[in-house]
Write a protein that binds this ligand. Structure first.
Ligand SMILES: C[S@@+](CC[C@H](N)C(=O)[O-])C[C@H]1O[C@@H](n2cnc3c(N)ncnc32)[C@H](O)[C@@H]1O
Length: 451
């Protein structure tokens, strides 16, 4: 298979699954790459870049298309709409693709999909956009700041308004800009199996680009990867993919050898497995999640990383488990959330979330907290965390919790590098903001149960 039409046809399939059928982009892209494992490295890279980029810029692309097409994007046939979206993406954002290739391949694809009569329409719009790409009219930042940010950073206006309630305009702009940058993959060295410098050497020998984490001595950022499972060090369990912000959950918990830890929402296991590493084969971690599938993800990781002290189990965090009453030195409550701190990595999250769903999540988070605080021993620790940035799911939930139960925030400064310490860390919580911190958006709070 060559880079020309067939790869774009695969991308079209991905776009239809994600933009029209509401499937998750990372799953659809991974499944496609798995199915077509024989594709050349550069074809895989092209497929990934074109699909991820088109999804990431969807609102921007639709805004441009609406300016140049009499038929609005919402009224187009799904196949045509998505052929045009990926065509405009190549014209505006992929310098390596000649305009003629972007247009010709789009026309061929429309024909192949049975839209012979729309070849002229597709060709006309794409050629017109390519001729006028320096004259596209964007919203005026001073007069319509939310619309401007929404189009430029392809993010629904309600999310921007929501963030503007919590943060100032420049911070919001930085967060949005950061969501668009190309990202390395953060990894955590499995200290039970190897040492950070050895891991770095192995990865470099494999032709992978490795940089040190600015925050943690056992974390690296890697890039230049084709397919994670092809990396021997990954298969051998020498590292786990995990953002550094999320590594700070196990870091600030103050884990001591022999501890009992209950992770009430654990899949695929990031924080539980990190805690297992810190326990150095002692203690026990009960890594729980809701379904068999989710628990199988934790089990796969336990197996690959070879930790002996993690037990994966199906337990609904909303159902009180009497056997867990005051059993845990530490409870991790890394709860389901809107995920708006990580849409730089999973772009479709921003289109799938709604204000109503977000409100429901705040309720779910409180309902889970209402149950799981009981598992913490007197004097023990509860770490509350989410991968989002809005205050309702984060500090406002912590305040609600402390009003209701006898827990107090406790300083996390001793566990943090100087660059992360601030007023709130002294109090006991930290909001990582993308573009301001060099991480995903993530929130964590350390709460101690009164004796
Ligand atoms: C933010 S993710 C957890 C990520 C995980 N802690 C990690 O570090 O890899 C939230 C998890 O909560 C799980 N979940 C949602 N509702 C739940 C419930 N009622 N009981 C247990 N787990 C639940 C989801 O399946 C999802 O895996």
């Amino acid at each position: 298979m060559t880079k020309a039409a067939p790869i774009r046809e695969l991308v079209l399939g991905i776009l239809i699954d994600v933009a029209e059928n509401n499937e998750y982009s990372h799953q659809v892209i991974n499944n496609t790459l798995k199915k077509y494992q024989y594709l050349e490295k550069q074809d895989r890279a092209f497929l990934t870049r074109l699909s991820e980029g088109t999804i990431e810029r969807l609102l921007h692309l639709d805004y441009v298309l609406d300016q140049f097409s009499k038929v609005k994007v919402g009224k187009m046939k799904p196949v045509i709409r998505n052929i045009l979206r990926m065509g405009v993406y190549q014209i505006l954002f992929m310098d390596s693709v000649p305009v003629s290739a972007a247009c010709n391949e789009a026309v061929k694809l429309a024909e192949k999909k049975g839209f012979y009569n729309l070849k002229g329409f597709v060709n006309g719009i794409l050629r017109n956009i390519s001729r006028n790409k320096d004259n596209i009219k964007y919203p005026d930042e001073t007069k319509e700041p939310v619309k401007y940010l929404s189009v430029l950073y392809s993010t629904p206006g309600w999310i921007i308004n929501n963030w503007l309630n919590d943060y100032d305009y420049e911070a919001v702009k930085k967060m949005l800009r950061d969501s668009m940058r190309e990202r390395e993959v953060s990894i955590r060295c499995n200290l039970t199996k190897t040492e950070p410098l050895k891991l770095k050497e192995i990865l470099l020998d494999n032709g992978i680009t490795v940089t040190d984490s600015p925050y943690l001595p056992y974390a690296y950022r890697i890039s230049g990867i084709n397919y994670m499972n092809d990396i021997p060090a990954f298969e051998q369990g020498f590292f786990q993919i995990q953002d550094e912000s999320s590594m700070f959950v196990a870091e600030v918990a103050g884990i001591e050898k022999g501890n009992t830890i209950i992770d009430v929402c654990a899949a695929p296991g990031g924080k539980s497995l990190h805690a297992a590493d810190k326990l150095q084969s002692t203690g026990i971690i009960m890594a729980r999640d809701l379904t068999e599938y989710k628990v199988s993800l934790i089990e796969d990781n336990i197996h690959r990383l070879a930790y002996s002290n993690v037990k994966a189990e199906i337990v609904d965090a909303l159902a009180y488990d009497k056997d867990s009453l005051e059993k845990a030195d530490i409870v991790f409550a890394d709860l389901p959330c809107s995920g708006l701190g990580v849409f730089g990595k999973k772009a479709d999250i921003k289109y799938k979330m709604t204000p109503e769903k977000q409100k429901d999540l705040v309720k779910l988070q409180r309902d889970i907290l209402d149950i799981v605080w009981q598992y913490v021993k007197k004097g023990g620790i509860l770490i509350y965390s989410t991968c989002t940035v809005n205050k309702d799911e984060n500090i406002n939930n912590v305040k609600w919790f402390m009003d209701k139960y006898n827990f107090s925030l406790e300083s996390i400064d001793e566990y943090l590098p100087e660059s992360l310490r601030c007023n709130t860390t002294k109090e006991g919580y930290l909001q990582f903001l993308p573009g301001i911190h060099d991480t995903d958006g993530f929130f964590l709070a350390k709460l101690r149960k009164d004796k």
